[in-house]
Each structure stands twice: as structure tokens, then as C-alpha cells.
Design a protein around this ligand. Structure first.
Ligand code: SAH
Length: 486
């Protein structure tokens, strides 16, 4: 069968035509927008979007403006006019906010590494608390739920224990940095500001070793070349380093020699892994892995326990704040020695294993097999005997546990951004735990799920935001839900 390809321009053109037709059929013409492309306007910033962009309003039409804070008056140039809202760029600040702080390297804002770096840390923490309050009012329709002040860091920079760095060819050489926002243009960067300084120092060393061995950079447009990403993880306490080289093909000339040189030049490196990703995709990791040097994982400590972490396993990127997050979750849970606990979306078992000493039994479920292997190994490393960790979808396992008559006292959930599956929520409520401790990296889905839990007799008592991602708009929080007596 013959394949038909449409070019991207053609697709965009089609979309534009159909949008215009829609607008015309609704009686709106392009001319009626209060601003036009390339027009310069003077406007006041009235709010911040959830991505930290300034919002201005021109006759009820919303404009999103980068690097602009509420209260500031700016002269801005309109970049894009869409049917519902547009985008503009600051040309001049006529007044500036007291919440503004200097950003030494503008690339941090342009690339989206640190999109809130222009806000004082205090106002970042307040911004996050307000975001959570807003979704609890607007999405959950639970305006009465207390949202506590965000717990921040004393030093909110250089905290990330993991870096995922794209590699491209610039001026004939391997270059590392970060993509410009909404694009895949690489902007060279040395100081990533929010990453562990030892990781920042390691990136050019690894890149230059690869350059010496003649390794070619990946070319995304042509889907040619070889090295796509360098990923580095470094244990906050252990200082053990893992280097993952993501390649487009399996065949890797002199790979073992390269890995040995990486270890020689960076003695903290205990693991070098080749990850093969042959697909045309934005997903960074492929499925196939080859250990080129050392072991296939690193170890680190968290709340006094030791954890093995493999390349595909999730591990919180801010170790110090993750400890505070889990401690907050345990305080909310009020655990008793007779408690049966579920650790859903368990990753490598960080939550369940940290609290196993305090309870009768922990049941964990996680969908990534490598992470569950890590969790089982971590059970052994820490000499723990009262846990059961299973591979599977949390919604399936929870339904099964419910059917089998498991009666947990406390359920911890820690889902990805999309939140909980409705089947999980129903099955969890059926097992009637006294408390549900909900750890969330997306307040919008936390709010949606809190509403569903409310319908099933669970009251959200309070929400504690904990700042795991300073200088960025990402928000982590812990919610405590308790069963209302019938
Ligand atoms: N609690 C862990 C991991 C949290 S991240 C920690 O604090 O480190 C969320 C985890 O949920 C990831 O490990 C991801 O692989 C897993 N996951 C995603 N969808 C899932 C599903 N439907 N069922 C079970 N686990 C899932």
C-alpha cells in the first residue's frame, strides 16, 4: 500500500483554514481582536499563569507575556494572536515589581530551565500556595480546604540530583545545553543553576571525552547521527554517579573504552550505561540497556535508609526536599504499629520502606518492572521483612486487593501528573482506610481526585505544598484525606 505523507506546513495550513472557517461561522472575524500581530502596546500585568507567565488583559482579550510580573507596566510587542488568547514579548519595563530578582543568565528563562528565576524565592513560594488554593476552589469546589504555606529550601539552587542533557552538533562540535522553550533548538549552557554543581562540572568532561572518540551527535530533523542525550544521576549523600548515554543505534564503537575513560576522569562514576532509543520521539529513554562500566545502578540514602536506583526507575530529583515531603506525609498518616499500609505508585519503594519499621505490613504496587526489582532489592539491603511489592497497574491491583478483602488503615498514593484512575479511587474507598495520604506533582489532578474522594466519603483535611522544584513552576504537595464517619 502506498503511504501518503503530509508535510507539517500543509497540516498547519489546513488547521488555520478550518479555524478561520469556524470563526467566521461563529461571526468572529480576525479583525475583531483588540490587538494585531507586531503591534506594540503598553499594558499592566494583572496575574500569573500556572506556567509563571505574566497575564495582561486588553478589552477582555488575554495576552501571555514571558518574564513579566503582576503589578509591572510594560511596553510589549504582540507576537501571536489566537482565537482565545495571544502572546507578547516585553520590549521595555515601565515599572518593575518588588518581587523581581535579577537573572544573571537569560538563557535560564529562554530555555525554561528556571522559568521563575526572575521572581524572588519568597514570591515563588506564595505563587505555589496560591496555585493550589485556586484549583481547590475552581476544580475541586472545596474552597474551605486549608492550603498551608509552601515549605521552601534555605538554598533554592543547585538541588537537582539528575540532569537530562540533549547533545547536538554546533559549529562542527558536540554541544550540550538545553532546548529553547517550545522548540528543539539547543542553546549551549554550562551553569544549569538548579543542578548539583558536580553534575554541571561532569557534563563538559563527558562531552569532551565523547568528542575525542569521534562520537557523532544526533540530528533530530534527519533522524541521523548517534548520541541523543547524556543523563547523569548523582546520589545526594552517597555521591555515586551514574552516566547514561542515550544512542540512536545499538552499535557503539569503543563503548567500553569510552566508559572506562569516563570513570578515570570522574572517579565518582560507578555506572555507565548505554540506552538505545531508535525511535523518532520526544521520549528520552529507549527500552534496551547495556551496562558499559561498573554496576547497573547507583545507591543513595533517604531518611536513613539505603536505596538502589536503576536508570529507568523514578527517583525524586530533590533529595533534601523529598525527605521533607515524605516526613510531612508520615506526620499526616499518624501511623500505628498495627497498621496495614498501601504504598501505591511506589517506584523503588522509598515511601513504604521508610515507614515499614512503624507498621504491621506494607503492600506496594508500581508499573515499571525495573523499579519493583529495585524495591525488592531495597527491602533486602535494609533488612526489612514486612513488605510485599508487586508489579502492576495500581488501579488493577487496588481493585484486586479490595475484592480479596484487604483492609488497609492508611493508603499512600503518589501518582504521575495525570493523577489517579477513577477505578483506583473507587476501589480504594471500598477498602475504607481511615486515612489517605495523597502526594501529588500536579495540583489540578489532586483537586479533581479530591472531589471524587469527597463523593465517596473522604474529606480533604489540609494540603501542604512542599517546594521540590525551586525556580520552576512545578508544584508538589501532600494532601490528607480522612474518612467521614457514617
Ligand atoms: N513513590 C515513588 C514514585 C513516585 S513517581 C517515589 O516517591 O519515589 C510515580 C510512579 O508511578 C512512577 O514510578 C511510575 O512508574 C508509576 N506509575 C505510573 N502509572 C502507574 C500505574 N498506573 N500503576 C502503578 N504505577 C504507576
Amino acid at each position: 500500500m502506498q503511504k501518503v505523507f503530509f508535510s507539517e506546513e500543509f497540516w498547519l495550513y489546513n488547521r488555520r483554514i478550518s479555524r478561520r472557517m469556524n470563526e467566521e461561522s461563529r461571526g468572529i472575524s480576525m479583525k475583531e481582536y483588540p490587538v494585531t500581530k507586531n503591534e506594540e502596546i503598553t499594558t499592566e500585568i494583572i496575574d500569573l499563569s500556572h506556567e509563571g507567565m505574566g497575564i495582561a488583559k486588553v478589552d477582555h482579550y488575554l495576552l501571555f507575556i514571558d518574564n513579566a510580573l503582576p503589578g509591572e507596566t510594560v511596553r510589549a510587542k504582540v507576537l501571536k494572536v489566537g482565537p482565545k488568547f495571544g502572546f507578547a514579548k516585553v520590549m521595555e519595563y515601565l515599572t518593575t515589581s518588588d518581587d523581581r530578582q535579577d537573572v544573571a543568565d537569560k538563557n535560564l528563562l529562554i530555555t525554561g530551565i528556571a522559568p521563575l528565576a526572575h521572581m524572588s524565592y519568597e514570591s515563588q513560594l506564595l505563587f505555589k500556595q496560591n496555585q493550589v488554593s485556586n484549583v481547590m476552589k475552581k476544580i475541586a469546589k472545596l474552597p474551605e480546604v486549608p492550603v498551608l504555606p509552601t515549605l521552601g529550601m534555605a538554598n533554592p539552587t543547585h538541588y537537582r540530583n539528575k540532569a537530562q542533557i540533549p547533545v547536538r552538533k554546533i559549529a562542527g562540535k558536540l554541544e550540550t545545553g538545553f532546548f529553547r522553550k517550545n522548540s528543539h533548538d539547543l542553546i549551549p549552557i554550562d551553569d544549569f543553576y538548579i543542578q548539583d554543581a558536580a553534575i554541571d562540572a561532569a557534563i563538559p568532561i563527558i562531552r569532551d571525552i565523547l568528542e575525542r572518540f569521534g562520537v557523532k551527535a544526533y540530528n533530530e530533523t534527519a533522524h541521523e547521527g548517534f548520541l541523543r542525550h547524556i543523563i547523569i544521576r548523582r546520589g545526594h549523600y552517597s555521591h555515586e554517579m551514574m552516566v547514561v548515554l542515550v544512542t540512536r543505534k545499538a552499535k557503539f564503537f569503543k563503548s567500553k573504552e569510552i566508559a572506562n575513560v569516563i570513570h578515570e576522569e570522574l572517579p565518582e562514576v560507578v555506572s555507565v550505561i548505554q540506552n538505545i532509543n531508535e525511535e523518532r520521539t520526544n521520549v528520552i529513554l529507549g527500552k534496551q540497556e547495556v551496562v558499559l562500566y561498573g554496576k547497573g545502578y547507583i545507591e543513595d540514602q533517604l531518611l536513613g535508609k539505603t536505596f538502589q536506583i536503576s536508570a529507568p526507575s523514578f527517583y525524586q530529583v530533590n533529595t533534601q526536599q523529598a525527605e521533607l515531603l515524605y516526613q510531612t506525609a508520615f506526620d499526616f498518616a499518624q501511623l500505628a504499629p498495627t497498621d496495614v499500609v498501601i504504598d501505591a505508585y511506589s517506584g523503588i519503594g522509598t515511601i513504604g520502606l521508610s515507614l515499614a519499621d512503624k507498621v504491621e505490613h506494607v503492600y506496594g504496587v508500581e508499573s515499571i518492572p525495573e523499579a519493583v526489582e529495585d524495591a525488592k532489592k531495597n527491602v533486602q539491603i535494609n533488612g526489612i521483612e514486612n513488605t510485599t511489592y508487586l508489579v502492576g497497574k495500581a488501579e488493577k491491583l487496588m481493585t484486586q486487593w479490595s475484592r480479596e478483602g484487604l483492609k488497609p488503615n492508611v493508603i499512600f498514593v503518589d501518582p504521575p501528573r495525570k493523577g489517579l484512575d477513577a477505578r483506583f479511587i473507587e476501589a480504594a474507598a471500598e477498602t475504607a482506610p481511615e486515612r489517605i495520604v495523597y502526594i501529588s506533582c500536579n495540583p489540578a489532578t489532586l483537586a479533581r481526585d479530591a472531589k471524587l474522594f469527597a463523593e465517596l466519603g473522604y474529606k480533604t483535611e489540609k494540603i501542604q505544598p512542599v517546594d521540590l522544584f525551586p525556580q520552576t513552576y512545578h508544584i508538589e504537595c501532600v494532601g490528607l484525606l480522612t474518612r467521614v464517619e457514617h
